[in-house]
Design a protein around this ligand. Sequence first.
Ligand code: BG6
Length: 312
Amino acid sequence: MSMGRYAASTDPEAGRDGDGAVLLRSPSGATARVSLHGGQVVSWKNDRGDELLFTSSKAIMKPPKAMRGGIPICFPQFGNCGTLERHGFARNRMWALDEEHPGLSRSDSGSRSLVDLILKPSEEDQKSWPHSFEFRLRISLTKDGDLSLVSRIRNVNGKPFSFSFAYHTYLSVSDISEVRIEGLETLDYLDNLSQRERHTEQGDAITFESEVDRVYVSSPNVIAVLDHEKKRTFVIRKDGLPDTVVWNPWEKKAKTMADFGDEEYKQTLCVDAAAAERPITLRPGEEWTGRLELSAVPSTNCSDHLDQPGIM
Ligand code: BG6
């Protein structure tokens, strides 16, 4: 498999039952591993080699389903809000390396380690979702080791279509009881645990003591997930994605999940940049872009990052 000019390489060690994976490495020594199955980031490590994304010890590492952990891509449907399988089919499909990557600046390739992937619908996909699209996904590591995902979805059909979307991000945390989220404090959320009933947060930073499955609507483009025990803060930046989904299955639900350890709910928190409340509609020829950038910084430094309003 040729990676051409990219500072990326195929990684024979990372093969998932022969499906292959791509290893990205930043100048600082951070790494990310990307599976062609699902276009899923399956590992992101800092320059000390600490894994920053969660993978279940019970994860099933072969197709057809997405493995439990990393960053599965939810498209063209988030959750069960539609007629498709939960979270849509993109996370369960084989993606291809995209040799063309039209429209994206190549100047990136000097300072970033990156890979471009593409997904087009199969005939089978079009039976359940009768639309034509090109989904281009660029995954890159900045020189400092931040992880960036840029999705561009183009309608190549003769009629409009709508979709929902999420970067379903399984962060690795020391202990869920030591974690809090800042940036969602006064927002409205739809509670998936009670038929998407709408509630409003009362102003405190969000902490965890039971199952949570919420869509925070119209959330800010920068939020932080603080892990006290690890003294680490994840700074999550998004663009083009109005919502933030927060999910932890907690103990009872964890026990019903075959590919998730009974106690593993303590070690992860899903915080997804998403377009979940309202679908995105593309007319023929139109293209949508949704970006996610993740940094992991020592907690003492995180206020500097939160002061920055924009993204990328
Ligand atoms: C979350 C949903 O995003 O993903 C939950 O809000 C769901 O309802 C969870 O249980 C995991 O989904 P799956 O299909 O990967 O088991």
